[in-house]
Write a protein that binds this ligand. Structure first.
Ligand code: ZN
Ligand code: ZN
Length: 281
């Protein structure tokens, strides 16, 4: 399995000189299975560049798009994902149960609400809703995909991919808190992430910031590190960076988290998600 980050930012796109290293686009990841099949995670603004990249290969686009939830920063890039205008493209969609509602309502409605000039029905690609994940795990070319419910306003799904002996978990927009809803306690997430090779998890806030942002559905790096330690995760990648966090601040944060992990004698290898970065497992 290979994974590439096309968007690592939370909440809103932040172009500019302070975000050239870690990136300014919102959530989008590309997973390439050993079979060659591509799975896209979320349709934040990062999906626009991914779409151009797919079309440049001059191959028929046939992808699975999984949505964690339908907040703007996770769906808005779909409007500019060029394969949707290609008659030969096939896009199979699944994820949180409201995923189709999210993807269709960002286009113009029948009443012509004036938000976007194109209606969902006018898209040329073959777009189908698989409707599997809300009932249970999904199998894509032998890779098992499981979900976990998120502690996040209006809900969401985290995903675990198991390909042979390798495991990758992607959990964004999740608040690790002792004061959690049923089944969404940090211990539940530790069970879901137990012994995984790579965990990509929300760490939008600093511990001193989260005091004012309780209930917003995001975690601070300390809680995220603790989850990785408890779950014996091998590699942790911090994700969904706060829009106001600069490259310099993220670089210091990365160093601080690495020191913190080694001080706690944890074996977790910590890094910060960077737009354009890729890895294999
Ligand atoms: Zn978000
Ligand atoms: Zn969200």
């Amino acid at each position: 399995m290979k994974c590439k980050f096309w968007g690592t930012r939370g909440s809103i796109t932040v172009p500019g000189k302070d975000t050239t290293i870690y990136g300014g686009n919102t959530t989008c990841l590309e997973i390439t299975l050993d079979s060659g099949r591509k799975i896209i995670l979320d349709a934040g603004t990062g999906i626009r560049v991914l779409g151009e990249n797919l079309l440049a290969k001059k191959e028929k686009v046939d992808v699975t798009l999984l949505l964690t939830h339908i907040h703007w920063d996770h769906v808005l890039g779909f409007l500019f994902f060029k394969p949707i205008f290609e008659p030969t493209a096939k896009i199979s969609i699944d994820g949180f149960p409201t995923c189709m509602k999210g993807l269709t309502s960002i286009f113009a409605t029948k009443r012509g609400d004036g938000f976007f000039p194109v209606k969902f029905e006018e898209l040329k690609a073959r777009i189908q809703y698989l409707d599997i994940l809300r009932h249970g795990p999904m199998d894509v070319d032998g890779v098992v995909i499981d979900t976990v419910l998120l502690q996040h306003p209006q809900g969401g799904f985290g995903f675990r991919f198991r390909e042979g002996k390798k495991t990758l978990v992607f959990i964004t927009d999740n608040e690790l808190t002792e004061d959690a809803w049923d089944g969404r306690h940090p211990d539940d997430y530790a069970a879901f992430c137990k012994d995984v090779d790579i965990l990509i998890h929300d760490a939008q806030f600093l511990p001193e910031e989260i005091v004012k942002c309780r209930g917003w559905g995001h975690s601070d790096y300390r809680a995220t590190l603790e989850l990785a330690r408890k779950a014996h995760v091998k590699k942790l990648i911090l994700f969904h960076h706060d829009p106001s966090r600069t490259d310099d601040e993220l670089a210091s944060l990365e160093k601080m988290c690495q020191d913190l992990a080694s001080r706690h004698d944890s074996q977790v290898d910590v890094s910060i998600a960077r737009e354009g970065a890729h890895f294999s497992l």
